[in-house]
Design a binder for this molecule. Structure first.
Ligand SMILES: [Zn+2]
Length: 467
C-alpha cells in the first residue's frame, strides 16, 4: 500500500468523522456551539441547538423570584400557533443573518483548494438536555419593557420576548446611526481625497486622478449609501469653484456639474443622493467644512480661503446634527439600523461580545487603532472584569485572523454593526468560527493559513474596512 500523504491523512480524517467538535467554547469566554468541517465539500457547519420555553410575563416574574410577581396579569399567553411561528422566525432570522457573510480560504502552499463556506444551522426543537442554550421566550404585556439577554456558563440561558424577532424602531438610535454614517462618509471623503478635486486651469473635465478619487470614494461609500440613505434626505453635496486666473463663475458651475454627473453615474442606482451646492449664498452651512477641506489639501492662505478663491471641487456631507444652521429637531435625519434583538443576541451565543461598552483593554484598543476610518480616537476604559476578559479573548482572535477590529463605540456613537445596534455582520464576527476551524484542521493547517474573505456581494464592508 502506498504511503499516505499528509493531504490524504487530512481527507481521511473527514471520512473518519474527526473534523467536528461538540459544545465548542470560544476563547472569548462566552458562547457555545457545535462545528463540523468538510474539506471535500468546502463547508463549515455551525450547529446550535435551542430548547424553547414559552412563559407569560407573570410566570417569568415568578421564575426570577420577583417579590410582587403575583401582581402581574396572567395574560397575554402564547397560543400554539404563536409559539411555532416564533421559533420559525427565530430560526429564519439567525440563519439568514449569520450564514455566508464570509467564507474561509486556505493560502497554504499546495493546499489552496481547501476552503469553507459557512452554514449556520439553528435547531429550535432541541430537547433540554441536548440544547446549547435554553431560551425563555416571554410574552410581555403591551407597554411593558423587557431587557433581552443571554447568560452563559453555567446557566446557558437566553431571555427573549415576543418583539425580539422584529425590527427594532427607536428614533434616537436611528438618528445616532445617521450621525455615525455621516461622520464615516466625511472621513471617507477625506481618505479618498475627494475633499479637494483639483482641476487643470480653465478645464472643466475631471483629471484621471480626480476620477479615480471619486471611484475610490464610491467604492467605500456604498456601505452606507443605499435605499434608506436616499429616503432619509441625506445628501452628498458637490461644490466647485474657480480662482482669479480661471474664467469665473461659468467654469465653476461646469466643474460642479461634471463632478455631480460622474458621481451620480458611479453611485447608480442611488445617484439621487448627489446634490450641487450651486451658489454659495444658498448653502452657507458649507463654509466650515469647505474651509477645513481647503486648509487640509491646498496651500491657500486665509484670505484666499475665505474668498473661496480656488481651482477645484469637493464633496461634502450635509450633517444637520453638527452644523450651526441646523434645521428644527424633527428634521434630524434618521437611518433605519435594521436591528433585530434575536439576531444580535445570537451573536453572543456564537461567542461575540457587545460593542457598545467601549474599549475595555489595551489589546482591543491596539487592534482598533490599526483602522484608518476611525471617526473618533479610541481610549481604553475598563468598566468590568467580565467585559475585559471577553475583549481580551476577542482581540486575540481578531489579531490571529488578521481582520479589522470593530469600532467598540464610546458613548454617543452608534454603529451599524450587529454587535452594536445594527444588522451588519463584520469580518471580525467570524473569528469564533475561525477559531473552531483552526482547531478542527490542526495540525494540517496553521492559523495563518486561513483567511476570512467576503461571501456576500451585498456586504460591502469587508475589503474596505481598513483600506
Ligand atoms: Zn448584547
Amino acid at each position: 500500500m502506498p504511503q499516505m500523504s499528509e493531504k490524504d491523512n487530512f481527507l481521511e480524517s473527514e471520512r473518519q468523522g474527526w473534523l467536528n467538535v461538540a459544545r465548542w467554547r470560544p476563547s472569548t469566554g462566552i458562547g457555545r456551539f457545535d462545528a463540523q468541517y468538510s474539506p471535500s465539500t468546502s463547508l463549515l457547519s455551525i450547529n446550535v441547538n435551542l430548547h424553547f420555553r414559552f412563559l407569560t410575563y407573570r410566570e417569568f416574574a415568578q421564575e426570577l423570584g420577583n417579590a410582587n410577581w403575583e401582581d402581574n396579569p396572567e395574560l397575554p399567553i402564547w397560543t400554539d400557533a404563536e409559539k411555532e411561528s416564533y421559533k420559525a422566525r427565530f430560526k429564519y432570522i439567525t440563519e439568514q443573518v449569520w450564514s455566508r457573510q464570509y467564507r474561509f480560504e486556505s493560502s497554504k502552499a499546495g493546499w489552496t483548494e481547501f476552503g469553507a463556506q459557512v452554514d449556520v444551522n439553528v435547531n429550535c426543537a432541541s430537547t433540554r438536555g441536548g440544547a446549547h442554550y435554553v431560551i425563555r421566550a416571554v410574552k410581555v404585556p403591551e407597554g411593558e419593557g423587557f431587557r433581552s439577554q443571554c447568560a452563559h456558563e453555567p446557566l446557558w440561558d437566553g431571555m427573549f420576548c415576543q418583539r425580539d424577532v422584529r425590527y427594532e424602531v427607536e428614533a434616537k438610535r436611528d438618528q445616532s446611526y445617521a450621525n455615525f454614517a455621516m461622520n464615516w462618509l466625511e472621513k471617507a471623503i477625506e481618505r479618498k481625497h475627494c475633499d479637494f478635486l483639483a482641476f487643470d486651469r480653465s478645464a472643466s473635465t475631471l483629471t484621471n486622478q480626480a476620477f479615480e478619487s471619486l471611484a475610490g470614494f464610491v467604492d467605500v461609500a456604498r456601505r452606507h449609501i443605499y435605499g434608506s440613505f436616499a429616503d432619509s434626505g441625506l445628501k452628498i453635496w458637490v461644490y466647485a469653484n474657480a480662482d482669479a486666473n480661471d474664467s469665473g463663475y461659468r467654469i465653476a458651475s461646469k466643474r460642479s456639474a461634471e463632478i455631480a454627473k460622474r458621481l451620480r453615474q458611479l453611485l447608480s442606482p442611488n445617484g439621487n443622493v448627489v446634490e450641487e451646492v450651486g451658489k454659495f449664498s444658498k448653502q452657507r452651512w458649507i463654509r466650515t467644512p469647505m474651509e477645513t477641506n481647503l486648509r487640509r489639501r491646498t496651500n491657500l492662505n486665509a484670505t484666499e480661503i475665505s474668498a473661496r478663491n480656488f481651482c477645484g471641487g469637493m464633496l461634502l456631507v450635509k450633517n444637520r446634527l453638527t452644523n450651526i444652521d441646523a434645521g428644527p429637531l424633527d428634521e434630524v435625519p434618521a437611518l433605519p439600523r435594521n436591528y433585530i434583538v434575536a439576531a444580535h443576541e445570537f451573536g453572543h451565543i456564537l461567542g461575540l461580545p457587545d460593542e457598545y461598552f467601549g474599549v475595555q483593554c489595551d489589546r482591543m484598543r491596539n487592534e482598533i487603532a490599526k483602522r484608518r476610518d476611525l471617526p473618533v480616537a479610541v481610549r481604553t476604559r475598563p468598566t468590568n472584569d467580565r467585559l475585559v476578559a471577553q475583549q481580551e479573548g476577542f482581540s486575540g482572535l481578531v489579531a490571529a485572523a488578521d481582520v479589522p477590529a470593530p469600532i467598540m463605540g464610546s458613548t454617543g456613537v452608534v454603529t451599524d454593526s450587529i454587535m452594536y445596534a445594527g444588522k451588519r455582520v463584520l469580518p471580525a464576527h467570524y473569528v469564533t468560527f475561525f477559531e473552531a476551524l483552526v482547531n478542527l484542521t490542526q495540525p494540517y493547517m496553521a492559523p495563518a493559513d486561513w483567511s476570512i474573505v467576503p461571501d456576500n456581494p451585498n456586504n460591502f464592508i469587508h475589503a474596505h474596512a481598513s483600506a
